[in-house]
Every structure is written in structure tokens, then in C-alpha cells.
Design a protein around this ligand. Sequence first.
Ligand code: GRF
Length: 195
Amino acid sequence: KRVAILISGGGSNMVTLADSMVGDHPARPCLVLSNVPGAGGLAKAEARGIPTAVVDHRGFKGDREGFEKALVSAIDPHVPDILCLAGFMRILTPLFITHYVGKMLNIHPSLLPKYKGLNTHARALEAGDTEAGCSVHEVTAELDGGPILGQARVPIRPGDTPDRLAARVLEQEHRLYPAVLRRFAAGDRTPVHLS
Ligand code: GRF
């Protein structure tokens, strides 16, 4: 299976996904694409010999459809079987999602269905939650919706700040996403639960 990974920033999830696709793993990375030129993850992908692409969303001000058509034009020549959104910070419309329906995953730093959207860690702390975590889900038209394919939980500790909690959750993202991708690439949609 061929996996395209979409990023916007440092790409730590992309790195752990790419580095997990070795040996008898049924998938290999075929593309890393960023909507941000110069995103740190691009250099990490190039260092791994993975083809890269940039589609700068700023070139499509107000033209979301044009941006998504440019994404498709940049992605499809690499003929991916699976798309992994990994720290990809653009909202995708049904136009893009239907093009890849059933083969697009995303990782979100909360225990969905709680805290869809942004600032998930601050919201969990604000709510006085005792645990937090991350979720990998299939991407559907509903933002941070779609069937959940895996979750990992972490304790919230007294004195936690959003940054400290984010770092604790990110460690689990790096465990969860490769575990889910391996199953998904093998055609197994049984949810993964880590704690
Ligand atoms: C992190 O906040 C992570 O929780 C979320 O995307 C952001 C950047 O991740 N999934 P990455 O280091 O670019 O993979």
C-alpha cells in the first residue's frame, strides 16, 4: 500500500509514520505534502528519500475549491492508497474528502468525540478533566467526526499546563498513529486502544 502524508509543520507524526513503514509492514510512504512552504517536516521527509510537494494555501485566498483541486493534482500522480493527515491544519471540504473517501485518516489531540476543533488541551484542563488523549479517525465531511480507529489516553496531572499536556499526548500520538496505520493498511478496522 502507498501512503501519502499531509503536514503543515514539524511533522513529528509524519516521521514516526514514515519510520514505522519498514520490513513486513504492508505500506510504504509515497509522498509528504505540506500546505506551508518550508515546513520543518519537508526536510525530514527529504532526508528519508520520500518525495515531497508543497501546495501553498495562501495562493488560493478565499478559493477553497481551487486549493483542494491543486492538492488533488499534486497528490494523485503518486497514486496513494491511503492518505494520513498528520498535523495538517486546513479544514477540508466534501469536494476533497469524497475524492479519498474510505482511505483518509486523521489524528486529533483529544479523546473524540470530546473537544473537536482547536485548543483541545486548554479546554480539557479548563473543564477539570482527569484524563486526555488522542484519536485517529477516518475523515468524513464532519470536522473531526468519522469512525474512530484508535485512541490513547494519558492522565492529567495537577499543575499541568496546555504545553505539558500537549507533550504528554504527542508521545502517545507517536505510538497510536503507526499502530492504527498498520492495521488499516492490512484492511483491519478494529479500533486500537492504548493507555
Ligand atoms: C500537534 O499539536 C499534534 O497534536 C497534532 O498536530 C500538531 C503537530 O503535529 N496532531 P506534528 O508534530 O506536525 O505531527
